[in-house]
Design a protein around this ligand. Structure first.
Ligand code: GLN
Length: 487
């Protein structure tokens, strides 16, 4: 069977273009066909069909030296709807920004444009990146390409679904507590959350600024590295960025892999556990050393995250007041006061989950509660970081499940926010500590045929997460590429 061009990886596109097997215009129109065919998955909020084709033709005409193509030359990307592309709408899947237009390129986008990337459209997400299923989008829910009755994960669910269903070659997402890795796990693709400060947040609509990072969703670990190498590095527009990988060290051939016992405890689905342990066993068979470790404070990570994140959310979202950006209340009566404009705009424009978090955040930051909640959570955050520092004295890398379950059904968790928050139990600590983490597919479950029994029929992917020390992204790329070869 002929492989469609949209099924290729970045690396394969690079090779194909170099040997002139196809044109960029052919590649882009193949992706656009896949988008059209998979319309009912709702991965995209907007597709830039004509613009993308025109850009493809322009690049085809501008290609002279086929041996020296810039890294993302002609690569079609999907972009999460909270990342600025100049002149395009960017709504964070919120009604309050529905018609807002980006006035500049995010630094990551600018760097990608410089090396020839093409943008196919903006992808659906949980409103303001708050959620684990993309059900919080103000516009529509995205469906999981492997089973449309299940969620794709979130909040970068549109980007993960777009990669999984070959509606792009690769995508950008953002990760504040797991929003790249968890949907990557639910959709069976690779997702990287870089070390805090490796990728500029300029042009990313802020959710929680001390946790947010932009990162790639791709088909392979090699592709994730290609994108990461383009978007990473110091940026004068984001003072938290640092120079590219100051001191990358890959251990000689064999890794010491730590398995935190807290990541294999109560609440972990037994099929997920089996798949992740089998993958780790395969790495052991390759000669890597496996060691059980402990991250004792991780038990408090979710609690600390759900205090620190909403606090930052409440501050960051204060700017959406009906005056400076986007939507303004439909109440246009003369006697409407300025305060009423703020209050009514926010009441009409924000969804329930966003409101919930703003209220939580303003509460924990208010006088009297600040010390009891916010300050305490910050102290826990420090202890979580120290947990990892200790662990990385013993091991080179940490491995475990990305999410405790495979993709769940629509509506299953929407009535119970706490249940929804549990989907991130293994991912949030990585953001609190600022570490790099990568999720990749480790195997499949077959829910319709008795869990874990391999048979024809619908199957759902299960992700494994690798966590490396600060700035050691190369380790996660390296181990993930090794695992890809033997799975
Ligand atoms: N699902 C988590 C939350 O709801 C993570 C979100 C994210 O990483 N943007 O906060």
């Amino acid at each position: 069977m002929r492989m469609e061009l949209c099924e290729l990886t970045i690396k394969q596109v690079q090779d194909g273009l170099r040997s002139k097997k196809f044109s960029i215009a052919e590649l882009v129109s193949d992706c656009l066909k896949a988008i059209d065919k998979n319309k009912e998955l709702n991965a995209y909020l907007e597709v830039y069909g004509e613009d993308a084709l025109n850009e493809a033709k322009r690049l085809d005409g501008a290609t002279s030296d086929f041996n020296e193509l810039p890294p993302l030359w002609g690569i079609p990307f999907a972009v999460k709807d909270n990342i600025f592309i100049e002149g395009k709408r960017v709504s964070a899947a919120s009604k309050i920004l529905e018609n807002y237009e980006a006035s500049y390129d995010a630094t990551a986008i600018a760097r990608m444009k410089k090396t020839g990337a093409i943008f196919l459209g903006r992808t659906n997400m949980d409103e303001f990146a708050m959620g684990s299923s993309t059900e919080n989008s103000a516009f529509k829910p995205t469906k999981n390409p492997h089973d449309p009755s299940c969620v794709p994960g979130g909040s970068s669910g549109g980007s993960a679904a777009a990669v999984a269903a070959n509606m792009c070659i690769s995508a950008l997402g953002s990760d504040t507590g797991g929003s790249i890795r968890q949907p990557a796990s639910f959709c069976g693709v690779v997702g990287l959350k870089p070390t805090y400060g490796m990728v500029s947040r300029s042009g990313l609509i802020a959710m929680a600024s001390s946790l947010d990072q932009i990162g790639p969703l791709t088909k392979t670990a090699e592709d994730a590295k290609i994108v990461f190498d383009v978007i990473k590095g110091k940026d004068p527009l984001d003072s938290t960025t640092v120079e590219s990988n100051p001191k990358s060290q890959i251990p000689n051939l064999k890794f010491k892999i730590g398995l935190p016992k807290e990541y294999f405890g109560q609440g972990l689905d037994s099929d997920v556990e089996k798949i992740v342990r089998d993958a780790i066993k395969k790495l052991q068979d390759l000669g890597h050393e496996i060691k059980e470790i402990s991250l004792p404070i991780s038990e408090y990570a979710l609690a600390a995250y759900y205090i620190i994140m909403p606090a930052e959310v409440s501050a960051n979202l204060a700017r959406f007041d009906g005056i400076r950006y986007g939507l303004v209340t439909s109440d246009k009566r003369q006697e409407t006061s300025l305060y009423d404009i703020y209050a009514k705009t926010r009441a009409e424009g924000f969804g329930d989950e966003v409101k919930r978090r703003i209220m939580l955040g303003t509460y924990t930051l208010s006088a009297g509660y600040y010390d009891a909640y916010y300050l305490k959570a910050q102290k826990v955050r420090r202890l979580i970081k120290e947990d990892f520092e200790k662990a990385f004295k013993e091991v080179d890398i940490i491995a475990g499940p990305t999410s405790p379950t495979p993709a769940f059904k629509f509506g299953e968790r929407t009535d119970d926010p706490l249940k929804m928050y549990l989907a991130d139990i293994y991912t949030v600590a990585v953001n609190l500590a600022g570490l790099p983490g990568l999720s990749m597919n480790a195997g499949w479950v077959y829910p319709e045929h008795g869990r874990g029994v391999e048979q024809e029929g619908k199957k759902l992917p299960v992700g494994i997460q690798f966590i490396a020390p600060w700035f050691q992204e190369d380790r996660v790329f390296n181990i993930a590429a090794q695992l890809e070869k033997i799975l």
